[in-house]
Write a protein of this length. Structure first.
Length: 349
């Protein structure tokens, strides 16, 4: 077998490929039957919109909790509004992201990912010759806890990037705690059931995504089909250009854009904690030939030393325990992801 090239330096970023005028490299061509085409005929998801401000209101929370449970059981995600951030502030986050990716490759490469690390700027790591690359450039940084931030990967251009992302992170920590408590209450569990297992020493990773226009969107995937290895993922979508799709019952559905909403989806670790009641959904990003697209995903990850298993109250005689204890789940996730496989399959009893 031929030696696999250095995973950190094997390829140019997608932006550099476009600037060079090169033909579409073979390693980006998706071998799946439906590739990555943005098919306007696909239906939109009928996913509930949850008013976060009502989740703590005694007179109206019951309806919202019912909607939340239904959303996470059937779709594995929901759109969150009234989450404590203004539309204007969310636009600052989007604009800081756009301005960074609009910089020259020379400037962006100052934040280039180092060998053996997922943090920094770049695109897919190569771990297999059979791997198909995603048509996206990414900036991946630890945003919480603050003492684990590697500021050498935090852009200083645009000038407000660090301040905006710091504030965004602080607000998302509050959002995540409300979501964990609401998920437990929606299953009639003790409010802190998920939070206690999630732990206090959690990590939040942010991934800033840039999807340039693609010359062959029918042959390329922006992000290959996958489920997240997080507990939950909080996504700020592009407010104009769609591309995110979720699978349900063997059918792809388009995620609608609600500019003021955060799209929150369950990751594998909440699927395990809920004993499979809440589903970690399979999703992908498709490309288009005309418009660039950005998004910001924040992954909420338990301490890797915490053992994750179904919480008390989610298994009984009619619903036996489906998952065994797992530890440091994310450490194996990325290798599985690049190979198009799901690590959660290894946690099934």
């Amino acid at each position: 077998m031929a030696e696999i090239p250095n995973p950190e330096t094997v390829s140019k970023t997608v932006h550099e490929l476009i600037l060079s005028g090169e033909e579409l490299p073979e390693k980006y061509i998706y071998k799946g039957s439906d590739a990555g085409v943005l098919d306007a005929s696909l239906p939109f998801m009928d996913v509930p919109v949850i008013d976060m401000s009502l989740l703590t209101c005694p007179s109206s929370c019951a309806e919202q909790l019912h909607k939340l449970c239904s959303a996470l059981t059937h779709w594995g995600c929901f759109q969150a509004i009234n989450h404590g951030m203004s539309t204007q502030f969310l636009e600052q986050v989007r604009e800081a992201t756009k301005q960074f990716f609009a910089l020259s490759p020379e400037i962006k490469n100052k934040y280039k990912r180092e060998d053996g690390s997922i943090e920094g700027y770049g695109n897919d790591m190569i771990i297999s010759e059979q791997q198909t690359l995603d048509w996206t450039d990414r900036l991946y940084i630890t945003v919480s806890p603050q003492d684990r931030r590697q500021l050498k990967f935090w852009p200083e251009n645009p000038a407000n990037f660090r301040d905006v992302i710091h504030e965004y992170t602080m607000k998302l920590e509050d959002v995540s705690k409300v979501v964990f408590k609401a998920m437990a209450r929606s299953l009639n569990l003790e409010e802190n059931s998920f939070l206690d297992m999630y732990g206090e020493d959690e990590t939040l990773f942010a991934r800033f995504n840039f999807y340039p226009p693609c010359p062959r969107p029918d042959q390329v995937i922006g992000v290959k089909p996958h489920a997240d290895g997080s507990a939950i993922t909080i996504l700020l979508q592009d407010k104009q250009v769609e591309g995110l799709q979720f699978m349900k019952d063997g059918q792809w559905y388009r995620a609608p854009i609600i500019p003021e909403a955060l799209l929150i989806n369950v990751g594998d670790q909440i699927e395990i904690m809920s004993n499979g009641i809440f589903k970690s959904p399979l999703h992908r990003v498709v490309t288009n030939s005309e418009k660039e697209r950005i998004s910001v995903a924040v992954f909420c990850i338990p301490n890797p030393q915490k053992e994750i298993e179904p919480v008390d109250g989610v298994d009984d005689e009619t619903r036996p325990r489906l998952y065994k204890k797992v530890k440091d789940y994310v450490s194996i996730y990325f290798q599985y992801y690049q190979l198009g496989r799901r690590p959660i399959e290894g946690a099934i009893i």
